[in-house]
Design a protein around this ligand. Sequence first.
Ligand code: GLC
Length: 414
Amino acid sequence: MTQPEGFNSNIEWFVRDRFGLFIHWGLYAMPGRHEWVKSRERIPDEVYQKYFRHFDPDLFDPGAWARAARNAGMKYMVVTSKHHEGFCLWDSQLTDYKATNTPARRDLLRPLLDAFRAEGLKVGLYHSLIDWHHPDFPIDGLHPQRDDEAFREREQGRDIRRYTEYLHAQVRELLTGYGRIDYMWFDFSYAGRDWGWSKGKGREDWQSDKLEALVRQLQPHILLNDRLDLGRGIRTPEQYQPRRGRPGEFQLWEACQTMNGSWGYDRDNLDWKPVDLLVRMLIDSVSKGGNLLLNVGPTARGEFDPRSLDRLEGLGRWLRLHGRSIYGCGMSEFAPPDDCRYTQNGNRLYLHIFAWPFKSLHLDDLAGRVAYAQFLHDGSEIRLGPVEDGRVQAISLPVQRPDVTVPVVEIFLK
Ligand code: GLC
């Protein structure tokens, strides 16, 4: 595989680990109506302030979060230091709009990073480029007060340069005061948007070149995502599974996915994905050479709610037996049978069977290539059937589908 410019050897953990936890946690956990609630409902600062005044996550136990992630088979995490609402989970010296000034009265980020590191996970920060609280962030078509023309008029003097200084200084703070950060995840650029009276924001506004240089200077090993509008970085398709690229072509990407369509805690949302769909999404990502970053939106009390925990447990149950087909694996050059996905690690080819067939599967181009095959969940032999057309290897499956979320056949190639 040829590596594109701009990536160094630090990508190794990323392509090996494959499965991470995204955490969206901020004041928006309190309304519990999606992390964009301030913008969607056009809530002005004075009104949104009630959440700040009452934010008290008394059940917050970072060790419990980290253990839930590790038991789910996740190997890294990315947490929102600040989302678009502008609220800071850490004790920033550059703003009063932070957890330490709420009833929580403490830095919530530091113990979180420490807890995940202690469980052996890599840690990353999601940091919003957008800020709907900062007094110098120019009002645009996404801003909560976009429809308030008097406000817009009054706020015309906002200076993006002063905001950008704040943005860069906060990133410096995070990357100097919080130990080793493995992954910096900025969100997001929208330079192409145009509302007539305002335009979107992109690399000129964020001074993305300088910001990227700052990040690399402070933590040279760090990985960066692709949302700085610089045309590089780890690709981050969201709420979407990309199609399979060409075998051998280098890809560095991560599908970021929600459990229920919302990133922040969304109490009344019922669009929960079942465990088996999430397992298939993980497999699908790895079979196409990518990662899965799966989100949890913790509650305002500071917990993962039961619906999220249930899904994490289901993923962990499957991964305990099938981690071998995920970690260290990537896209195979072989084309899988219908309703199946291949992943591959060296001479081990993993056949994930999404829909259970009747007794046999036909594996293209594997005639003469299979040394041995077994179910992964119990190590029981899968017998080879006839070779067809000189190139197709059949395998014999039991009529009974094994009782695991997605059955996997581990094929040892010659
Ligand atoms: C987005 C959204 C958002 C979420 C995210 C995760 O673009 O603005 O709320 O944090 O990306 O991928």
